[in-house]
Design a protein around this ligand. Structure first.
Ligand SMILES: [Zn+2]
Length: 95
């Protein structure tokens, strides 16, 4: 094996490794996030693998809503934000 060939393999492997790590991290982040349909208000989860390659606009992703079938940019919301929103609503109801 020539030195140049080995260097090429290392370059390809490291690029691939970085890409896989990014994808894995993204998938992990997405397990704690969900999307909200702007048309019907449905909230749904999507596998990170599917949204990673979807067209994006900021944090929004171009997706099909599983509820109403509309396609559009769906807001990507962290589950924690939604949980906080729910508890706020509960507290509002009490007062
Ligand atoms: Zn919808």
């Amino acid at each position: 094996m020539t030195g140049l060939g080995l260097f090429g393999i290392i370059t390809v492997c490291s690029t691939l490794a970085v890409f896989i790590v990014c994808l894995a991290l993204y998938c992990r982040i997405q397990t704690k996030r969900h999307f909200k349909c702007p048309y019907c208000g449905a909230r749904f989860k999507m596998p990170g693998m599917r949204t990673f390659f979807a067209a994006r606009q900021g944090t929004d992703r171009l997706l099909f809503c599983p509820q109403c079938g509309q396609s559009g940019y769906m807001e990507n919301i962290p589950d924690a934000d939604y949980e906080a929103e729910k508890t706020e609503e509960k507290e509002d109801g009490r007062t």
